[in-house]
Each structure stands twice: as C-alpha cells, then as structure tokens.
Design a protein around this ligand. Structure first.
Ligand SMILES: Cc1ncc(COP(=O)(O)OP(=O)(O)O)c(N)n1
Ligand SMILES: Cc1ncsc1CCOP(=O)(O)O
Ligand SMILES: [Mg+2]
Length: 215
C-alpha cells in the first residue's frame, strides 16, 4: 500500500457525529483526508441491518467521488456486500488469512497492533498497513488498551522496518510532528475531526502538518 493513503486517515461512525455523519465525512473529504474507515461501534452505534448498510453505501459513494479509499471496520461481510476497498481488523477480529481467502485480490487489509509481537505477526501474515495504538488516552474507544506513547510507536517502527504504519488513539494536531518523527507514515483520528467545529478546516491542517514529511 502506498504510504500516501495513510497521511490523514479519518474514521467515523454515526455515534461519533454531533451532526449528520455524511455532512462531516463530506467536509473531511473536502479538507483532504487520504483514507476513510466506516466504524460503527460502541454506545449508540447502529447494530447492523439495513440502516447501517445504507449509511455504508452513502459513505462509499462520497469516498469514490473524492477518490479516497473506503474501508470498513471489523465487518467483512458488509465490506464485501457494499464493495468496499478493504477492511480494518484487530487482534480479536477475523484473521487476515481467512479474509484473503474470500476477498478481492486488490483489497486493502489493515491490522491493529499494540506491541511489536502483534505488529510482526500482522506483517508476516501480509497486512497492507498496521494501525499502531492507542498512542495516547482516548474516550472514543470504550475497550481501548493502555496507551503505548510515542516510545511504543518508535519501538514498533524499529522492529518492523518498512511496512506502512498509521498511529491512532487520542491524536490531536499538536502531536503530529512527533508521531511522524517516531516512525508513523500518517495519523488516524476520530474525534479530532468528527468533533471539530470545522471538520474541513481541521482535516486541512492535519494534511498540512503531515505534508512536511511527504513533499
Ligand atoms: C487505523 C486503525 N487502527 C486501529 C484500529 C483499532 O482496531 P481494533 O483493535 O480492532 O478495535 P475496534 O476499532 O474494532 O474497536 C482501527 N479501527 N483503525
Ligand atoms: C479505534 C481506536 N483504536 C485505538 S484508539 C481508537 C479510537 C481513536 O479515536 P480518537 O481519535 O477519538 O481518540
Ligand atoms: Mg476491530
């Protein structure tokens, strides 16, 4: 996977939105996010069924219009149904090996890791990128593990050499420089953009901070 897609990786579910989630997503796309993950999970999340599927389809269409990869969290069946560009799975989700048996050849598969053992395994199994975190404490994920900090990220980067890594968990604008210096190829955020007064402008500033490492 090209590192450029991980630069500003936005994640959203209807329960992370203080206004229409499609409106937030469109603003974030206008601001220049480089990847999107539909993550319908946690308190007040839509529990599957037609409403969730319709939201996924509308989000997919928006991402296609802006030419941004559209991934789905955890739900491989839904991702297949709505023709997503890939999935993100964690340590307790379906394995990459099982997913590769049933998914299109060009699917992007991202895997979460909190330590270098998990990251090395994900790399060996053929993950396209690793989501490393939580880096800082977060209120967004109810079952988040202990934050590993920038030091934990650096340790994983040193163990993994060149695989694309996106940092996640409690990330705000002021963290971006240090995270990129600690080996991340990009940052993944939920609340920093979904709760922002101006999601478009916030996405734009995330992009300009990470551009320093790309241009
Ligand atoms: C980019 C990215 N990184 C990590 C995660 C977390 O995945 P997981 O550990 O499976 O936890 P849930 O998101 O399923 O609660 C992610 N979603 N995206
Ligand atoms: C999905 C996920 N995985 C690890 S932390 C986290 C939540 C990130 O949300 P926020 O950017 O609001 O801290
Ligand atoms: Mg998961």
């Amino acid at each position: 996977m090209d590192n450029k897609y991980l630069q500003v990786y936005f994640i959203l579910g209807s329960n992370n939105a203080t206004q229409d989630p499609l409106e937030i997503l469109e603003q974030a796309l206008k601001g220049g996010i480089t990847c999107f993950q539909f993550r319908e999970k946690g308190t007040n999340a839509l529990m599957g069924g037609e409403t969730k599927k319709q939201l996924a389809i509308q989000m997919r269409d928006l991402c296609r219009f802006y030419d941004v990869p559209f991934l789905i969290n955890d739900d491989v069946d839904l991702a297949l149904e709505v023709d997503a560009d890939g999935v993100h799975v964690g340590q307790d989700d379906m394995s990459i090996l099982e997913i590769r048996k049933i998914c299109p050849a060009d699917w992007i598969i991202g895997v979460s890791a909190t330590n270098k053992e998990e990251a090395l395994q994900a790399k060996a199994e053929g993950a396209d990128y690793i989501g490393v975190g939580p880096i800082y404490s977060t209120n967004t994920k109810e079952d988040a593990k202990q934050p590993i900090g920038e030091k934990g990220l650096l340790e994983i980067r040193e163990a993994l050499s060149s695989i694309p890594i996106v940092a996640i968990g409690g990330i705000r604008l002021g963290h971006v420089m240090q995270l990129m210096k600690s080996g991340a190829n990009g940052v993944s955020v939920i609340s920093a953009i979904s709760h922002a007064l101006n999601p478009e402008q916030t996405a734009k500033v995330f992009l300009s901070h990470t551009n320093y490492f790309f241009l």
